[in-house]
Structure formats: C-alpha cells, structure tokens
Ligand binder design. Structure first.
Ligand code: UDX
Length: 448
C-alpha cells in the first residue's frame, strides 16, 4: 500500500467526533504542529467550537485550544477528509436500551468514509479509537469496503487504536499516554506506530496485536479499574463495622505490594462517569452473549450500585424523617476537575433524596449547569458553600474537589444539625466537631 506520511507539519490529520477524545486529541496534535480537520455531524456543536465556545470543561483544554486552533479546521463536511493522510474515528459508543453497546455512530461513520473513498483516490489510514466490543472493527471495515468497493491494504489502511485518557486529565494523558495499543492490518499498524513515535519523541510502550485483542484490551483495562474500586469499597464497608479500622491505611499498605499497586484504591461513593460503568456493562453483555458467565464482573457492578444505597441509608438512619430536611450536597460531577455528571453517584443520591421530599441544596465548582438540566427547579443550586451549609440538617461531601479539602470546623458553625457525611474522607484529619461520618472509617458509627 502506498500511504505517504509526509513531514509532521505538513501531515494533515482528520478526526471524526468532537467529544472528549476527539477534541483533546485535536488540540494536542495541533499544538505539536499538525494540520487537523475535526469533523462532527452535529452542526450546532461545530459552530459553537468554531466560535471558541467549548462543549465541556476540561483543564488546559481552552488554553491549548486558543494557542492551536488556527491549525484546526472545524466542519460537519466529511468531504474535507479527502485531504487527510490519517483519519481517527472518535465517535461515542453509548449503551443501548438492551444493555448492549450501541454501534450506530461508528457504523454511520463507516458508511460516510466508504462514500468518500469511493469517489476519490486518496489512500488514508483509518484509525478506530472509539471503544468497541471485539468483532466490531471487522464489521466496520466490511461496511467501508462494501460502500467504497475498495479492499483494505491496497487502497486504504485500517487499524484499531483504543484510547485510555481520563476526564480531568485529558490533555496530560493525550500528551503522555502510558501505552499505545494498535490492532489490525500489518502495514498500517507499523505506519501508525511510526506516526506516534514521531509525535511523542519519547519511549512509550507499544502493543501491536490483532483487531479483536486491541478491542478487548480496552474493556479489560476499564473493567479491572472498576474491580479495584469495588474491591476497596467492599473493604471500606467492612472497616465501617470495625471500631478503629481505617480503609486508607489498608489501601496504602496493600498498594505498596507491587503485585497490587497503589492506584485506584481510593474508597468512596462508587465509580461513575461515561466509561467505567458503560464498559463494564458492555463486557458483561458481550460475555453473556458468548455463553460465558461474567460472575466477577457482575459482582463488581453490584458492589458499585450498593454504595449509593449505603450512603442514603445512613442519612435516613441519622435524620429519621427526610421530609423537608435541608440536605446539602458538595460535589455533583462524577470526579473532580470535570463538569461531567454522567453516571455520577451524586446525581443518583439526589434522586433518592427528592423522592423522600428532602429540601436538597447543591454546590459544585463546575457542574451546576449540567445538573440544572436534570433536576430543574426540584432542587436549589448555589455557588456559595456558606449559603448551602447555613441551617443545613446534613452535609454530604460527594466529589473530592480541592476547595472542599480546605473546609474546617468554623465553616460548619451555622448548620442546624451538625451531621457531616464525607464519602471521600477529605476532612478525616481535622477533628470535626458534631457528627462526622466517613466511608471506610466510621460510616456505621461503630468507631465512636
Ligand atoms: C476512565 C479510565 O480511567 C480511562 O483510562 C478511560 O479512558 C476512560 O474511563 P474516567 O472515566 O475519566 O477514566 O475517570 P477515572 O479517573 O477512571 O474515575 C472513574 C470513577 O472512579 C470516578 O467516579 C472516580 O471518582 C472513581 N474512583 C477512581 C474511585 O472511586 N476511586 C479510585 O481510586 C479511582
């Protein structure tokens, strides 16, 4: 195959899908000197991005965007991709109503790419970055071959290259990936590996494999992370019943064992976000379809779902009747440094509290706008921490934002009832007066 990857500054890169992965990747590539064409079928979204109005909050993104957007062309017109040597596909793969992954976006992109390949002679390498279950890359490739009437290898290249970036760290992770996984067709695989070598200019582990294995690696990775979190949450729940036990000491000690590793052992309200819950569910459904019992994965999911009920039950036990009680929630996003509330445990907890007719007031440095779209006037919103604490019957810390770590006894003076539930143990060393309960130390109050 005759793919010519020209000098970096001249290499034109296409990206389809202006979500977290696509947009972060686009600005990092542009920053490094590449010419980028970013395509999204959502004209409104593309229009806004073009006016420098980014669709989500992500640290460093707007700074990078302002510095490099002159090298990015934003459009909804697929035809522009004809100018590109490499085209990355970064569209979403949500969970459908049946619990299976919804592949309609990637299939649609496959058809569009097939159409432009049919009409022109350019020979791009297509790189599927979207998270897809094993077998999908070959299906998409078949769509492209059928529509374009061209065979992979001769007229275009096609590889699978899963993405591991985290929200809140999207730019850092895109600049410093811990691994590069490339699956698929040999010639294109080598060329994409070379592209990344030129791009990063430093040693990053590379795994070259086939399509199916590359696809599975992403699910195995996220499912293992979810497993670590559910594991430590279960240990935390045990600690809550042992006077004096502390989950952080347990996590620190077991994390020193190199066979375990210290990351992803922070107990809390359970994992949320757009990836871990979705990917675990997709792997469960896929495994069941294969006839393999996903017993461990299901237990991980069940343990995670349990955390929100656990927090809710403690609030109920402490306040007895939740009707009209002022319950203050600190943190709405599923993690700090993000405005994303998808699958956020905080949102699930608020839903349960509203059902009990509690008077819920919420604070978050970034995620209030997104939360308003869900709860509208059913809850109250504030950008002032003192305001939501004032006259409160119970304060619950849900997201580990930096500013919540600075809270002290003096901040809680005006609470009506000093009940503080700290699901992330941010204030555990502060000797908080009143009733201070935290997951993994004394949530069940036995440690007093
Ligand atoms: C995840 C994967 O980490 C990333 O590699 C993949 O590309 C996308 O999915 P992300 O969803 O951005 O990234 O968030 P992550 O940092 O993994 O956190 C997920 C959830 O787990 C958050 O709700 C977080 O609060 C929770 N978490 C994480 C814990 O409760 N404890 C931990 O120790 C780590």
């Amino acid at each position: 195959m005759n793919h010519i990857i020209t000098k970096m500054s001249k290499t034109r890169i296409g990206i389809i899908g202006a979500g977290f992965v696509g947009l972060s990747f686009a600005v990092v590539l542009a920053q490094k000197g590449f010419q980028v064409i970013l395509i999204d079928k959502d004209r409104k979204k593309i229009g806004k991005i073009d006016e420098k109005n980014l669709p989500f909050f992500e640290p460093k993104l707007s700074t990078y965007f302002l510095k490099s957007s002159k090298r990015i062309e934003f459009s909804y017109n697929f035809e522009l991709l004809k100018k590109c040597e490499i085209i990355f596909i970064t569209v979403g793969t949500p969970i459908g109503t049946n619990g299976m992954i919804d592949l309609s976006n990637v299939k649609q992109v496959g058809k569009e790419l097939g159409k432009i390949l049919l009409k022109s002679d350019f020979k791009p390498i297509l790189v599927l970055k979207s998270t897809v279950i094993p077998g999908t890359s070959r299906k998409i490739l078949k769509i492209i071959e059928d529509v374009s009437k061209k065979k992979v290898g001769k007229k275009f290249g096609f590889v699978t290259n899963p993405e591991f970036l985290r929200e809140g760290k999207a730019i850092d992770d895109t600049e410093n990936p811990h691994v590069i996984v490339i699956g698929g067709q040999n010639d294109a695989k080598e060329k994409i590996m070379q592209f990344y070598k030129n791009m990063y200019k430093k040693k990053i582990p590379v795994i070259l494999t086939n399509y199916e294995t590359a696809e599975l690696i992403k699910y195995a990775n996220n499912s293992f992370l979810a497993t670590k979190i559910s594991f430590i949450n279960q240990i935390a729940n045990i600690c809550d019943n042992i006077p004096g036990a502390n989950v952080d000491d347990v996590a620190n000690a077991i994390g020193i064992d190199p066979r375990i590793g210290g990351l992803f052992l922070k107990a809390g309200p359970g994992y949320g976000g757009s990836c871990l819950p979705k990917d675990l569910q997709a792997l469960i459904s896929y495994s069941e379809k294969l006839g393999e019992l996903p017993s461990l994965l299901k237990a991980v999911q069940k343990t995670n779902d349990h955390q929100v009920s656990k927090i809710f039950n403690v609030v109920k036990k402490q306040l007895k009747n939740l009707n009209q009680k002022k319950i203050s929630i600190l943190g709405l996003s599923f993690k700090e440094d993000s405005d994303d509330i998808r699958e956020s445990v905080s949102i699930k907890l608020i839903t349960k509290l509203i059902q009990q007719k509690s008077n819920v007031v919420v604070h978050d440095p970034m995620a209030i706008g997104n939360t308003k779209k869900i709860f509208k006037n059913k809850i109250q919103y504030s950008d002032s921490i003192p305001e939501i604490i004032n006259e409160s019957d119970c304060l619950i810390i849900m997201t580990p934002w930096e500013e919540y770590k600075r809270l002290n006894n003096s901040d809680f003076q005006k609470m009506k009832n000093k009940l503080i539930i700290d699901t992330r143990r941010l204030l555990k060393n502060k000797k908080i007066q009143g009733k201070y309960l935290s997951i993994g130390i004394n949530l069940n109050e036995n440690n007093h």
